[in-house]
Design a binder for this molecule. Structure first.
Ligand code: IPT
Length: 996
């Protein structure tokens, strides 16, 4: 069922039919509902009474454990044209133990809300209690696994637990609402609650009331798993919906096809009409909730990747990349969905034990900002699309206009209009929108300035999978844009001559018509364009080819002077519209602000770069240094910016190594370990009668590796041991008897529902048949708890040993009791390292001893080099240290890479936990893959000083199953960036809190 569900969400065609409504327009009679500064009617959200397209993308601060860099991401989102960021909060990230919460350091989520406000972004908060998000337990804390009451229901114990979290997170969010001086505009309770029983309704009512009681004053919504009509506001007049207490209805969707197993993009489906052009009739939200604006709380802007894939992120970035964004997000906007959030804007890293079994460490997601914090091409395209939205406020709350006619049957034009200004949005794409033919066409439409068939000179083109977002009949900068077949990226009001930046595909013709009282004078300052004045209509018509850039100045005609920059795409993506300026050249412009006659610019360069500036001031500075600019003939000023110096990375030549599984030795002292028996059993996994409860969670070990030691009496019949266990996707266990390695067993990898439990059966060594006490040692790697997407307590599936039996020949069960003890991370729920938090550590011996910490004294360990030539069964530790000297004023992303990075998998079978300066930055599984390169954010990595790497390498000890070469690689090197402080955490073992 789960796999079917996922498959359903991936295809547009599976949209369930909603009530047919007659008219493809909005419910114009819907009343305005007001929540302080935020209000809405059926057409759009309003802030301070002004309609706004809420153009958002998602960011998870917990997937970037270096808080200073949160600002880097927010600035990049803003620069990429988003006006809003959507943020999930991970309950489990903050709560290692019931009643214990931490919002400091990397968990200081208050900072991200403050930063978002400072960076000029609105925020959509998504506080759970359940978030999914490919997180272990979908964001539930480890301790909740031990609660018998069913999660995400009105079970009182569960709701009390959720309230613990909500009281705390709501208090933080409440302080940052737009109604209390912050920028939070919308708030989500629950996520994809697809079970809709009366008990769920009581739960939803509780969550709503709780948020309100906690001071949440902005509109509240739930995110429906597809456009199903679940939990729509009470006001809905549609019969086939499930109603809830929520103010807004929102849904999610991930249409557009997937990459092949080989990692190649597919053609994908056409963009669904999930709004007023759709089969449901009125707009997406409105088809279920006619009184509220259409709201996509998540629209797939990438997809996650799984253990054992061939490496899907590069492909996801293309499949849902450039062109996809124009076609799909454009179709959404054309359908009236003007609260729109892309999942993810920046995916980041599921470091430590954050990942659910469905994913590995990297959560790059193929998003616009890569895991290494680089802007992909798709981010630059987003800048263009967001630039249009920012330039034309009339786009908010549009309704369908009279259909436009397109001269080619292969092409369609969505045609919308503003009720306030009559401005038009024409979204031109193929018919169906996944068509990829090359077509020439004209559009005929009744525009506000008259009936036009345009372009009037050469036809427009639509070449391959693409869409064009056109505006017409819009007043901007005191000008009247009648229509343009070029797309508008930016406008800049200037005293001398205001600017409009328009662009199109290289080599394609463009035509722009502007309205004047009388013929204006036209000066071609750069490039080529022709113009004619249609005196009858008062239209100045410019024709040109999008090629490099053409600059045209228009004066007179009864309007203020205007400079048009007509660019091809490659040229246009070099422009940044920030503050009072338009800037061409740098790889990123973060900020532009006018202070005392100087335009202070900050940003990044990837090379020495010319910079060109249009701004109200003559003087400018770049990253704090004055710029020597010279004026140009076209009203701009130019200068040259330096690029970054190359970074030299040290080779990791000297390593120290030690054995890390002393628990295998029968003489190992486990006297302080917990006895594994008697704890209450809350798992959904059935277990055989008569077995003690061996599950790790029952003993307070919710994440990471678990060690078991069992004692049994030898017997001539003791031929085999059968271990039934749960360990998540690609989880595993290793077994020793009396110190001798017996073998290992791995769970398979794969989407969409990895097999997360399994049965391992091993032959026992002959020694086990001898009378007397024998010791069996099990090391079990728990690769995360399942999510609870379907409200079936799937997160309570067993982790750890479920049952263990000594068997007679032939697997005949045979009653030899095993007395078990269990050990996990130091302190269990009482964290030894609260700064790094619950996701950082497990129960490996080396973790318990602090071998992963930079200040551990490893001088007594043997020195070695890599690649290792042999391996021992069990876990061996490798440590090295190195110094980085990234030049000051440079921002880089440095990664740790294992083995041959040209292939997703090694022949060698082993896995490694990667600790950088004590932080568990992920798991490399050589023979499963696909991730070999682990980006380490600055702050975790010290870019200007000493660093340490510790690897816990687990192997079966077979020849060749040994650690491959490990090296540092630079993924990105820019001049610029923002200041990053090291993240404070214990550096020495004696700083860890020891068990009492
Ligand atoms: C849906 C969730 O809301 C979100 O948390 C995340 O899991 C995302 O989409 C997928 O990455 S889940 C749904 C697509 C099954």
């Amino acid at each position: 069922m789960r796999s079917a569900l996922l498959a359903t969400l991936m295809v547009a065609a599976a949209t369930p039919a909603l009530a047919q409504t007659a008219s493809p327009t909005e419910n114009l009679a819907a009343p305005v509902k007001t929540f302080g500064r935020v209000s809405y009617d059926a057409r759009s959200l309003m802030i301070d009474g002004k309609r706004q397209v809420i153009w958002s993308s998602e960011f998870h601060p917990f997937r970037l454990p270096s808080p200073d860099l949160w600002r880097d991401i927010l600035q990049k989102m803003k620069a990429s044209g988003f006006n809003t960021v959507a943020i999930y909060f991970d309950w489990g990230y903050h709560s290692p133990k019931q009643g214990v919460y931490d919002f400091t350091g990397i968990r200081d989520v208050e900072r991200v809300l403050t930063m978002a406000k400072e960076e000029g972004l609105y925020v959509i908060t998504r506080a759970g209690p359940y978030v999914n998000a490919e997180l272990s337990r979908g964001g539930f804390p480890g301790w909740l696994v031990n609660q018998r009451g069913k999660a995400r229901t009105d079970d009182p114990a569960y709701m009390a637990a959720a309230d613990e979290w909500l009281t705390r997170i709501d208090a933080i969010i409440a302080r940052h609402q737009i109604n209390s001086g912050g920028s939070v505009i919308l708030h989500q309770i629950e996520n994809e609650l697809a079970l809709t029983t009366p008990a769920q309704r009581r739960y939803m009512d509780h969550l709503y009331a709780k948020a309100r009681a906690d001071g949440i004053t902005v509109p509240i919504f739930h995110n429906d798993q597809g456009r199903n009509g679940d939990w729509v506001p009470e006001s809905s007049t549609v019969a086939q919906v499930v109603k809830g207490p929520n103010d807004l209805y929102a849904f999610d969707g991930y249409p557009g096809g997937t990459c092949t197993v080989a990692g190649k993009p597919t053609r994908g489906s056409a963009a669904p009409d999930w709004g007023f052009y759709g089969p449901g009739g009125a707009k997406g939200g409105a088809s279920a909730s006619p009184d509220t604006p259409a709201f996509l709380a998540e629209f797939g802007g990438g997809w996650f990747d799984y253990w054992g894939s061939n490496g899907g992120y590069a492909c996801n970035a293309i499949q849902r990349g450039k062109r996809f964004q124009r076609v799909f997000y454009g179709t959404n906007l054309a359908n009236g969905i003007d609260i729109h959030s892309v999942y993810m804007g920046y995916g980041g890293t599921s470091w430590g034990w954050l990942p659910a079994p469905v994913v590995f460490t990297s959560y790059d997601y193929g998003s616009a900002i890569s895991e290494g914090r680089g802007l992909r091409d798709k981010a630059l395209e987003m800048k263009q699309l967001g630039g249009l939205i920012a330039s034309v406020p009339d786009l908010a709350g549009m309704i369908a206009a009279a259909p436009a006619t397109v001269s080619s049957a292969n092409v369609q034009a969505y045609h919308n209009r503003s009720l306030e200004t009559d401005a038009r949005f024409l979204m031109v794409t193929h018919k169906p929108s996944n068509g990829a033919t090359d077509d020439a066409f004209t559009i005929t439409a009744d525009l506000p300035d008259g009936r036009y068939t345009f372009p009037q000179a050469q036809p427009m083109r639509l070449t391959g999978f693409d869409a064009k977002w056109l505006v017409a009949g819009v007043t901007l900068l005191g000008q009247r844009l009648v229509y343009s077949t070029s797309e508008l990226q930016a406008t800049l009001p200037l005293a001398g001559s205001s600017l409009m930046l328009l662009y199109g595909r290289a080599g394609e013709p463009g035509e722009t018509a502007l309205r004047y009282a009388s013929a204006p004078s036209v000066h071609i300052l750069e490039g080529q364009a022709t113009s004619r004045f249609d005196a009858a209509r008062g239209d100045l018509i410019l024709d040109y080819t999008h090629q490099g850039r053409t600059v045209v100045r228009i004066e007179g005609g009864g309007r203020p002077p205007l400079t048009l920059i007509l660019a091809d795409e490659a040229e246009a993506v070099r422009y940044w519209r920030q503050g009072p300026a338009l800037v061409r050249g740098p790889a990123l412009v973060r900020h532009a602000a006018l202070t005392r006659g100087t335009l202070a610019l900050t940003g990044d360069t990837s090379d020495q770069t010319p910079i060109e500036i249009w701004a109200p001031a003559g003087k400018a500075s770049w990253n704090g240094k004055p710029l020597a600019t010279s004026p140009t003939a076209i009203g701009s000023r130019t200068a040259t910016l330096p690029g970054p110096a190359p970074i030299t990375l040290p080779a990791l030549t000297v390593w120290r190594t030690a054995d890390g599984t002393p628990e295998a030795d029968p003489r190992f002292d486990d006297s302080r370990w917990q006895v594994a028996a008697g704890a209450p059993y809350a798992s959904i996994t059935a277990r055989p009668d008569g077995q003690p409860n061996l599950l790790a969670d029952a003993y307070g070990f919710h994440d990471g590796d678990i060690l078991y030691r069992g004692r049994f009496s030898g017997s001539p019949d003791a031929k085999q041991i059968a271990l039934y266990y749960g360990a998540g996707g690609s989880g595993m266990l290793q077994v020793w008897v009396d110190g001798a390695f017996v073998g290992q067993h791995e769970l398979p990898s794969g989407l969409p529902r990895p097999i997360t439990t399994g049965l391992a059966r091993f032959d026992l060594p002959a020694a086990a048949q001898a009378p007397g006490e024998h010791v069996v040692t099990v090391m079990l790697r728990n690769n995360g708890h399942n999510w609870d997407l379907d409200v079936d307590d799937f997160h309570k599936e067993a982790r750890g040993l479920i049952s263990a039996s000594i068997e007679a020949p032939g697997g005949r069960s045979f009653a030899v009791p095993i007395a078990w003890k269990i050990q996990g991370r130091t302190g269990g729920e009482a964290l030894a390292d609260p700064a790094r938090g619950p996701a950082n550590s497990g129960g490996q011996y080396g973790e318990r001893m602090g071998w992963h910490l930079p200040g551990f004294d490893d001088r007594r360990w043997a020195t070695t080099t890599l690649p290792a030539t042999s391996a021992k069964p069990g876990t061996s530790w490798y440590r090295t240290s190195f110094t980085l000297a990234v030049p000051k004023g440079q921002d880089a992303t440095i990664a740790v890479a294992f083995g041959d990075t040209t292939t997703p998998r090694s022949v060698a079978k082993y896995r490694a936990l990667l600790f950088v300066n004590g932080w568990n930055m992920g798991q490399f599984i050589a023979h499963i893959g696909p991730q070999r390169v682990f980006p380490i954010p600055e702050g975790i990595l010290n870019h200007r000083g000493p660093n340490s790497i510790a690897l816990a390498v687990t192997s079966d000890g077979a020849p060749g199953d040994a650690l491959e070469a490990v090296k540092l690689v630079t993924l990105r090197n820019m001049r610029g960036g923002i200041p990053v402080s090291p993240v404070a955490a214990p550096t020495r073992p004696d700083q860890l809190i020891q068990e009492k």
